[in-house]
Design a protein around this ligand. Structure first.
Ligand SMILES: Nc1ncnc2c1ncn2[C@@H]1O[C@H](COP(=O)(O)OP(=O)(O)OP(=O)(O)O)[C@@H](O)[C@H]1O
Ligand SMILES: O=C(CO)[C@H](O)[C@H](O)COP(=O)(O)O
Length: 322
């Protein structure tokens, strides 16, 4: 059982090993946006970010003639990705392949030495049991499909040389593989994050998207109830709350909602309280959180990133105490 051996090796290893965070999701689900803020906040000298789309087996031209898309496990070196995740999780360097999204070509591999924290984002980081065994924290990004499609059209046309019609045709071609290989990874996430507009509200057009975070009991989350109650405005019209949801398997699960229209008076104390739980880390840069696109700023995104920082530092603290 190789995944059990990975669990054992990671638990037994003496000395510090990297804390591993997976961020899985479909193309243009927001993985890079979430990752970028974490790296900037914690510092690139302490955090390594790896994109597992680099393990594509075929370049864009070769893929065009195949019966599957970039989402299919057969279109990726999943076995090599697994080997590399195991090495990174034990603190060992890898020679990682590199896929250039601008040109669609596979280029010269790069040496990656894991720092204290490693974020692994991409299409299939939670696809196999062995890959999943390498992570301390797992996240799945789950925006509504129409929003993700709009993000993908905009991004692929601006940065990857596609026309809107090409992107829409590719999204349609990918749908069966999204259903078969990408979306099933949601099940393995400790935290499922959905950025979306709030239905039925007529907020000004630049209002950030709201965030809904399913906080599954597979890891220990910070106690947010009292913090939210304290920050709630008088009258009880709250823009941030914890509710009990039914997960896809019917089990109850906490869901944290942070609405895009949240006021700084309400979000400020909650951010401060989570920040204080980060053990007063003066070395973190809070200004890096909540940024998207060229100049967008979002409190729901900042709070999502703060919660992930909490988990990264908490996993690191537990590991050092063990
Ligand atoms: N929370 C958010 N609020 C507003 N826009 C967002 C948010 N998250 C992502 N976006 C926008 O969606 C687009 C796609 O995001 P991003 O590049 O982070 O996705 P990705 O999952 O890394 O994509 P891929 O895996 O295909 O490279 C970007 O234009 C980004 O600005
Ligand atoms: O799903 C994707 C993640 O970004 C890409 O589309 C995939 O990596 C292949 O890239 P492209 O076809 O744009 O060269």
């Amino acid at each position: 059982m190789p995944h059990r051996i990975v669990h054992m090796l990671r638990a037994r290893g003496s000395g510090r090993r990297p804390v591993m965070l997976a961020i899985a999701g479909d193309s243009a689900a927001g993985k890079t946006t979430l990752t970028r803020g974490l790296v900037r906040c914690l510092g690139a000298d302490r955090m390594t970010a790896v994109c597992v789309d680099d393990y594509h087996r075929f370049d864009r031209r070769e893929r065009a003639g195949r019966p599957f898309t970039a989402l299919h496990p057969d279109c990726n070196h999943v076995d090599i990705m697994e080997q590399h995740l195991q090495l990174l999780s034990l603190g060992e360097p890898i020679l990682k392949p590199v896929y250039d999204h601008g040109t669609g070509r596979l280029v010269r591999p790069e040496l990656v030495r894991p720092r204290d924290f490693v974020i692994v984002e991409g299409l299939l980081p939670l696809h196999t049991r062995l890959a999943r065994a390498c992570f301390d924290i797992t996240v799945y990004l789950d925006p509504p499909e129409p929003l993700r499609h709009a993000w993908k059209v905009r991004r692929d046309c601006a940065n990857r040389g596609y026309t809107p019609g090409q992107v829409r045709a590719e999204l349609a071609r990918r749908e069966p593989e999204s259903a078969a290989y990408i979306r099933p990874q949601r099940r393995w996430a400790d935290i499922v994050v959905r950025f979306a507009p709030v239905a039925g509200r007529a907020d000004p057009p630049d209002t950030p998207l709201s965030a809904e975070l399913l906080l599954r009991p597979t890891i220990d989350h910070p106690e947010l109830g009292p913090v939210l109650a304290e920050a709630a405005p008088p009258g009880g019209d709250t823009a941030m709350h914890l509710r009990l949801h039914r997960d896809t398997d019917g089990r109850p699960v906490d869901a944290l909602h942070v609405h895009g229209y949240v006021s700084p008076e309400e979000s400020g104390p909650v951010k401060k309280a989570i920040w204080e739980r980060l053990a007063g880390r003066a070395d973190l840069d809070p200004a890096a959180l909540g940024r998207y696109g060229d100049s967008g700023a979002s409190d729901p995104l900042a709070i999502t990133q703060l919660l992930l920082l909490y988990h990264l530092l908490d996993a690191d603290r537990r590991q050092q105490a063990a």
